[in-house]
Design a protein around this ligand. Structure first.
Ligand code: SF4
Length: 293
């Protein structure tokens, strides 16, 4: 415990420097957050911001350039009237939903229509999340409640869920890290900082888990934030608990900057030591080899 506390003392100012040197606001154009953020900036209804956030988060896998193009294409095609589109079953059925990787256009339309039905019935996705949410323990039950409700609506539209529709709705109770759900929550829950939007203030940012992917988990291992080998829910919990030692009220605040170190090509996990030589985290990173260039 004392060793961890000492490590935290060293790591915190370095991560704060990363946050300053890689300000999240400057990188939103390369991130799917740009879409819900546009609706937020335009003061559009909270339900529409939630719906666009969920749609953007669930399509955010594979190549960033590709999924950003698909989301943009969809929003352009409905003239950025996303809530009107998904809340009208006739329009949703007629709309030419672009296919993306594992999901056909039809499967993406079923997912979007299920979200629209849920918003029509409950006024917002937050209401559905809060039905399961356990404020004293974790965000998992809220996510499970929201996912189950969307799945039920999707089944009403198309019968048993196909693989491509299920891929858009990863199951938070299955043990995986469900990066896309964690990212969606981060956007809606974290304090408004020019990127995240805090439109679900009922959920404390202290409960968020890091949206874990290959890049974040490798950095986390190199920084000694986890020793677990798999990228699952438990590992996301462990890394988030370590980060909570640095900032208990907002442990995920460093996520965006760490994530974009990889996207911007500033971190190759030690492969390119010239990057490590100029990296702010070199003194605490196991992948940096002093003197090697
Ligand atoms: S020191 Fe190197 S491997 Fe570690 S975070 Fe920085 S660039 Fe990445």
């Amino acid at each position: 415990m004392a060793r961890l506390a000492a490590k935290s003392v060293k790591l915190r100012p370095l991560l704060e420097r990363v946050l300053t040197d890689f300000p999240p606001v400057a990188r939103t154009g390369a991130d799917p957050i740009q879409f819900p953020r546009w609706f937020f900036n335009k003061k559009r209804p909270a339900a529409e911001i939630e719906a666009v956030a969920l749609f953007s988060a669930m399509l955010a896998y594979g190549s960033a350039a590709q999924f950003i193009k698909k989301i943009q294409q969809t929003l352009d095609a409905c003239n950025w009237q996303f809530l009107d589109l998904i809340c009208d079953p006739v329009q949703t059925a007629r709309f030419a939903w672009p296919a993306y990787r594992l999901s056909t256009g039809n499967e993406i339309g079923i997912f979007a229509s299920a979200v629209g039905n849920l918003i029509r019935q409950n006024k917002s996705l937050k209401t559905v999340f809060l039905k399961g949410f356990q404020p004293d323990s974790s965000i998992k039950d809220g996510l499970v409640a929201l996912r189950q409700s969307i799945c039920r609506e999707a089944e009403k539209i198309s019968g048993p869920l196909s693989r491509g529709t299920r891929h858009l709705l990863p199951d938070p109770s299955a043990g995986g890290c469900v990066k896309r759900w964690q990212m969606f929550l981060r956007w809606l829950v974290r304090p408004e900082d020019g990127v995240d939007m805090n439109i679900w203030p009922e959920v404390s940012p202290s409960l968020l888990l890091i949206p874990l992917d290959r890049h974040i988990s490798r950095i986390a291992r190199n920084l000694g934030l986890t020793s677990r080998a798999s990228d699952d829910w438990k590992t996301a919990e462990e890394i988030s608990a370590r980060l909570a030692e640095l900032c208990p009220e907002d442990p995920i605040k460093y996520d965006f900057s760490l994530c974009h170190l990889g996207i911007a090509g500033e971190c190759t996990h030690g492969k390119d030591q010239s990057l490590c030589q100029r990296c702010l985290l070199a003194s605490v990173c196991q992948a940096a080899k002093p003197g090697k260039n």
